[in-house]
Design a protein around this ligand. Structure first.
Ligand code: PFF
Length: 524
């Protein structure tokens, strides 16, 4: 069977940019910036973009295209072709399927809230929530974690989940070109238009409260762009947060872009395409993402208010503050709709990329048809999604996010970088990166990719283990809380971990079976 291919150059750039531009740009970025000192966050952020994000982008595109040439679309096969003398490397590649699945099972659920909220904005369902408290109560009621003041049970949330889940499966079923490329080619321009409209709307807010003239949009922009408090740069936590954000927002270091790039042909450029996709994401994150939530929140809550809201939970700025702010403006329900629709589009173009590695693995390595592969993937993830859906208040979602983003992403990135620069060898790797390339990357990036990127990754991983990893692993404290895990949540946290280990083991066994079968076939 012929391998699937992208329809056009712009198609794959849009697809990778679509994967990159997601909830991370509009929800996670503002929260990270607000929690880590605003402007002080931006310096480590750009350093991480140049020393980690861009190099890994190029590594994944190159390695993916290379592996695609051998008929592999996922990391186990791709890593094996890069280092076929090593029997174990394919099991490290399992993270490139496992990590995306783990993110997928909570990401799709959050995405479905956005579909629900876009309709609620239009229908005025949350219109009577006039303050933070009642808007938060609306969210919790929708999620089914508290009171049923607004929703009786989580029926509505579940329906929107089913709808969103079905849409994702359908896009992946229609394939690389017919599904993913098409959705991204339409979705991305719409997303940019919505974001521009919202940014303009926010800029027009000026200083909404005459009694507090310095609570204004300009100061909101200044929150990110004024010269920072330099002392914050000595805080390793800020660096860790910045690096984590770069990984998450660019979708690098988890195997997704590797899979997308495997559908390129040998002659297709990767250097310029990778750069373009990364830069498109940065425009969406820093320019658009940075011009909506933070300025709007500062104008209404003031500088202390933002930090407080941001520490109150990752969804507060997006699901509580933004709808409240937009509701206070003329045509508030239309702008509310634009906000949630924008996020939903950003979400779906990302979640389909998280589904693709597992589906591609079933197709390539087991020889299943697309239909069968999507069906198996959908059934498996459908069951798994119920963890975060049913046990949201017990920290299951946080637990999944913590291990996927803080650990898998960084660890997998390190394996990739080492394979590329040290096993494949930087000479050959550099040549491979420039095959069919439309630009030549400055030579100092050879040095960066070989030494700086891996060293940076080791430092992040080491510091993270010391600072968070070990304590969380030993259940001394919760994934994202400073305090201990509540006794009521403990069984759920442990249950989630057992499930994660079982999922990893299951995927590793699949890889083992595939390779054993292949070895037998070649021997016969
Ligand atoms: N980059 C996406 C975002 O910013 O929301 C999230 C994401 C998608 C992370 C795909 C990782 C990934 F493989």
């Amino acid at each position: 069977m012929a391998r699937e291919r992208w329809g056009s150059r712009i198609g794959i750039v849009m697809a990778v940019a679509g994967s990159a531009i997601g909830l991370g740009n509009f929800l996670r970025f503002p929260v990270q910036a607000a929690q880590n000192g605003g402007g002080a966050f931006m310096i480590p952020y750009f350093v991480a973009l140049l020393l980690l994000g861009l190099p890994l982008m190029w590594v994944e595109w190159t390695v993916g295209r290379f592996g695609g040439g051998f008929g592999h679309s996922t990391a186990p096969g791709v890593f094996h072709t890069l280092w076929n003398k090593n029997r174990f490397i394919k099991y490290f590649g399992v993270i490139g399927i496992f990590g995306p699945i783990v993110i997928y099972i909570y990401y799709v659920y959050i995405e479905s809230w956005l579909l629900g909220y876009s309709l609620f904005a239009l229908s005025g369902a949350y219109a009577k929530c006039a303050d933070e408290r009642s808007m938060a109560a609306f969210l919790h009621s929708y999620q089914g974690v508290a009171n049923n003041e607004f929703f009786s049970g989580m029926g509505a949330a579940y329906w929107f989940f089913l709808l969103t889940f079905g849409m994702n499966a359908l896009v992946v079923y229609f394939g690389i070109q017919g599904g993913i490329e098409t959705v991204c080619k339409w979705g991305l321009p719409i997303l940019f238009l919505l974001a521009i409209a919202l940014a303009v709307r926010v800029f027009a807010l000026g200083a909404p409260d005459p009694a507090r003239p310095d609570w204004n949009v300009a100061n909101g922009l200044g929150f990110l762009w004024n010269p920072p408090d330099w002392r914050a740069l000595t805080d390793a936590k800020v660096w860790l947060a910045a690096a984590g954000q770069i990984f998450f927002t660019l979708s690098v270091g988890i195997g997704v872009i590797l899979t997308y790039a495997s559908y390129l042909t040998k002659k297709d450029d990767v250097a310029l395409s990778g750069l373009s996709a990364a830069m498109t994401n940065e425009v969406a994150e820093v320019i658009l993402g940075g011009s909506i939530v933070i300025p709007a929140a500062l104008a209404f809550l003031g500088p202390d208010g933002i930090a407080k809201v941001a520490t109150g939970g990752s969804f507060n700025l997006g699901f509580v503050t933004m709808p409240l702010v937009l509701q206070k403006t003329a045509m508030g329900n239309i702008f509310g709709f634009c906000w949630f629709a924008l996020l939903f589009i950003a979400g779906i173009t990302s979640s389909v990329s998280l589904a693709q590695p597992a589906v591609a693995f079933l197709e390539d390595e087991f020889g299943f048809t697309k239909k069968k592969a999507v069906l198996i993937f959908a059934l498996g993830t459908f069951v798994l999604c119920h963890g975060p859906i049913l046990f949201l208040e017990h920290g299951v979602l946080d637990e999944l996010d913590f291990w996927a983003v803080n650990f898998c992403l960084v660890f997998f990135a390190l394996v990739e970088a080492l394979l590329f620069a040290w096993v494949f060898g930087i000479e050959g790797a550099w040549t491979e990166l420039h095959v069919g390339s439309d630009i030549s990357i400055p030579r100092f990036y050879r040095f960066i990719i070989k030494y700086i990127t891996p060293a940076f990754l080791v430092a992040i991983l080491g510091y993270w283990l010391y600072q968070d990893g070990i304590d969380v692993l030993l259940l001394k404290r919760g994934a994202y809380s400073a305090g201990p895990i509540a006794p009521a949540d403990l069984p759920y946290v442990i249950g989630t971990r057992i499930l994660l280990l079982a999922l990893f083991a299951f995927l590793a066994v699949c890889v083992w079976i595939v390779w054993r079968r292949r070895a037998k076939e070649t021997a016969a």
